[in-house]
Design a protein around this ligand. Structure first.
Ligand SMILES: Nc1ncnc2c1ncn2[C@@H]1O[C@H](COP(=O)(O)OP(=O)(O)OP(=O)(O)O)[C@@H](O)[C@H]1O
Ligand SMILES: [Mg+2]
Length: 560
């Protein structure tokens, strides 16, 4: 018997016992979760998806966006077409944002052809499959259409020019992110050779490796509520970095003294700020700026403002003048005694400023008055601030950051600087600016920061904080009690991601941390999982009080 020729019906195509029922997209939802197609195209049903993408040259893309913005603006002026003002506002703003992204070349525009086809061997089956697919897509916000009497034009193969005419609902204009979200396999894996394991994808446990050193910024941020596993994740990063590159130098600014035992166990050294064990760091030593005395004077101004936030303008100006003179004319390596002398010379012995500075002569900070004696040579060093009064923490963190920054510049090879409880530096504009500067400049020394804090909101208030966040190549969000609109907009989180973060599971519930990583432009929901030896080492040391010397747990020999 000769084969039955294919026939076109109103809404499907038939060749023998093979039925093809197409479905087009009238309107795409404003946002979709990454990898959503993996869920709407189940592996136990035969469905076909065609996505063809044609890059729109940037000048044409900009013109298109300009046109879209102009149309939205014109409609807004005309009164928003009855109740559509909000949608038009969004359209205008997104055309504007996208225009900027296209101009910066972080996004491009694409002419994208999309066609779903249900396949089955009978007509009722193919219709049922198409309507199930249509329902699943509708719940995600897709508006769909079944092409009627347009089946042939819908199903004809692409002619690669993108110029052929297709039924309405076939062609769409999408930015790169939108196109990427259509990748059906949800393959968000990232395997950078030489990278360290960040975690396992929550969807299918595929591992994600990122090589910090291969990107323009080597700095990362980790945010999450208390107990979400930030310090643990930072410690894992540290262990894995040293595993891949044993020569990496690491310094940790550790306000709560959580890393002390870990660092000692790994053979590193610890400076205890509160009691001077491990030696003194003289905050005024210009070695940290490699002898640049003017820069040092500026940093000293920053640290003193963090210590004395109540300084009046004229007092701050007096102090600045005294500091400047100290570095112009003072001893090679000044101490606080020298600074106090300068201030007394300038303003007399009984001003409020001299009284404040007494804290370095006879008060709680007198241990800092003297030359630097801590000169750790180990590749792993932490500074433990436990026991320091809360209101002095920003000051201590600032001069130790200055010291650590100097150390980064001076040492060879890759370097990591972990700053835990970094919100302490976001309390004051000047210390936040300093931290931002460090993040922006360390890449020149082959160094990266790991900045830990409970909420990204702490850094979204001032321009310096925002600049700092922008310069983190990877940002991990562990559970956040809430995701502010500002955080959502700044990091480009989708509604689904923002809703999920307050529900991300904690290590005490699961034995690992659930997290959302933003790595470059990718959003990766990952489980931060430790191997057994890593877990045993960290559980025994991280956040634990020091044991007496000689009783530190042995570092496991194994690795990943
Ligand atoms: N990925 C993980 N796998 C297993 N256990 C973890 C993991 N992350 C954290 N934990 C455990 O959860 C507890 C809290 O973790 P961690 O101290 O790192 O939280 P944190 O976010 O730094 O909290 P805080 O803001 O209070 O410093 C610790 O006891 C730690 O051992
Ligand atoms: Mg912590």
């Amino acid at each position: 018997m000769p084969p039955v020729p294919p026939t076109e019906a109103a809404t499907f195509w038939r060749a023998g016992r093979s039925y093809r029922a197409p479905l087009l997209v009238r309107q795409l939802p404003p946002e979709v979760p990454f990898g959503f197609l993996g869920r709407v195209l189940p592996t136990n049903e035969t469905l076909e998806l065609l996505v063809e993408a044609h890059r729109i040259p940037p000048p044409d893309a900009l013109e298109l966006l300009h046109g879209a913005k102009a149309v939205a603006e014109a409609e807004l002026v005309a009164g928003g077409n009855g109740g559509e003002t909000a949608a038009l506002e969004i359209e205008r703003a997104s055309a504007e944002d996208l225009g900027r992204a296209v101009a910066r070349r972080t996004q491009e525009l694409w002419k994208v052809g999309i066609r779903f086809v249900a396949l089955a061997s009978t007509r009722p089956h193919v219709e049922a499959k198409r309507s199930r697919l249509s329902e699943r897509l509708s719940t995600l916000g897709f508006r769909l259409r079944v092409p009627r009497y347009e089946v042939r034009e819908t199903l004809s193969p692409p002619d690669l020019s993108a110029a052929e005419s297709r039924p309405f609902g076939y062609w769409h204009t999408l930015p790169t992110d939108g196109l990427a979200s259509l990748f059906p396999f949800g393959d968000e894996t990232l395997l950078e050779p030489g990278g360290i394991l960040l975690g396992l994808a929550l969807s299918d446990a595929s591992p994600v490796f990122v090589d910090r050193w291969s990107h323009a910024s080597h700095s990362w941020g980790i945010f999450g509520t208390t107990g979400a596993g930030k310090s643990f994740a930072a410690a894992l990063t540290l262990l894995r970095t040293r595993w891949m590159r044993p020569e990496t130098s690491v310094a940790i600014l550790d306000p709560l003294g959580e890393y002390t035992l870990l660092v000692e166990t790994l053979g590193g050294s610890v400076i205890h700020v509160a009691d001077g064990v491990g030696g003194r760091l003289n905050p005024l030593d210009p070695v940290t700026t490699r002898g640049d005395r003017r820069e040092k004077a500026a940093r000293v101004g920053t640290m003193l403002r963090a210590l004395f936030p109540s300084l009046r303008d004229e007092e701050a100006a007096e102090l600045d003048a005294a500091v400047t003179r100290l570095y112009e004319r003072g001893p090679e390596v000044p101490t606080f005694r020298d600074l106090c002398d300068r201030v007394v010379e300038q303003s007399g012995p009984t001003t409020r400023l001299t009284t404040l500075l007494e804290v370095f002569r006879s008060g709680s900070l007198r241990a800092l008055d003297g030359p630097t004696t801590a000169r750790p040579t180990e590749a792993l060093v932490s500074v433990d601030f436990q026991g320091v009064p809360d209101d002095q923490l920003p000051f201590h963190l600032t001069y130790v950051l200055d010291w650590a920054y100097g150390r980064l510049a001076e040492r060879k090879g890759g370097k990591l600087l972990v700053v835990d409880e970094a919100h302490l530096l976001a309390r004051h504009a000047s210390t936040e600016e300093f931290l931002d500067r460090v993040v922006r400049h360390v890449r020149h020394f082959n160094a990266g920061l790991v900045v830990l804090s409970q909420s990204p909101d702490d850094f979204l208030i001032r321009p310096a904080g925002r600049s700092l966040l922008r310069n983190l190549y990877a940002t991990a969000f562990l559970r956040l009690p809430e995701v502010s609109a500002d955080t959502r907009a700044f990091f480009g989180l989708t509604g689904a991601e923002a809703e999920w973060l307050p529900r991300a599971r904690l290590p005490k519930e699961t034995g690992y941390s659930e997290s959302l990583w933003r790595v470059g432009e990718l959003h990766l929901p990952l489980a931060i999982v430790a191997s057994t030896p890593e877990y045993e080492l960290l559980e025994a040391t991280l956040g634990q009080p020091r044991t007496s010397p000689g009783h530190a747990p042995a570092a496991p020999k194994g690795g990943l």
